[in-house]
Design a protein around this ligand. Structure first.
Ligand SMILES: [Zn+2]
Length: 159
């Protein structure tokens, strides 16, 4: 069956929780990794991958039931899915809708690719820290050793 004739999948609405829409196609599992989901408290997650979208052609959608994600958690998602939008749902209504934005500084979630960097030394309890020096395409610079990390190298870390 040609793609165009495929029946449209209806994704069940959620009563309460967070919907992350406009995720870069096929990146929803990486987004879950960043968010550390699913976990003990948050098991009801619906993933729609590679669905058609008017705005970005193909996209992924995540529906996380009974959890309202904080914007500080979501800003990190911008690292791999910069066009994502967030909808907070209460009693089937969208009560908050926002675009996520990449901050100028990223902590902990990515590793420095320089083996000799102090953040990769097991004896040093230092968390990684990066400055975002370019947002499109993303380039991050290690705060400690100045190593530049490209978008591809960031994506690799979530595969
Ligand atoms: Zn470094």
């Amino acid at each position: 069956m040609p793609l165009e004739n495929k029946p449209k999948l209806k994704i069940k609405p959620i009563k309460n929780g967070t919907v992350i829409d406009h995720i870069t196609a096929n990146k929803s599992l990486h987004v879950l990794k960043i968010l550390n989901l699913p976990n003990k408290e948050n098991k009801n997650i619906t993933i729609a991958m590679n669905v058609s979208s008017n705005e970005i052609k193909r996209k992924d959608i995540l529906k996380i039931e009974n959890r309202e994600l904080k914007s500080s958690e979501l800003d990190q998602v911008a690292l791999i899915a910069p066009k994502s939008t967030i909808n907070i749902i209460r009693d089937y209504n969208i009560v908050k809708k926002e675009k996520i934005s990449l901050k100028d500084e990223i902590n902990s979630i990515i590793k420095c690719i320089n083996n000799k960097c102090i953040t990769n030394n097991e004896n040093e309890p230092i968390n990684s820290k990066f400055q975002i020096i370019s947002k499109a395409p993303i380039i991050a610079r290690c705060y400690y050793c100045d190593k530049l990390i490209s978008k591809d190298e960031i994506n690799k870390q979530f595969e």
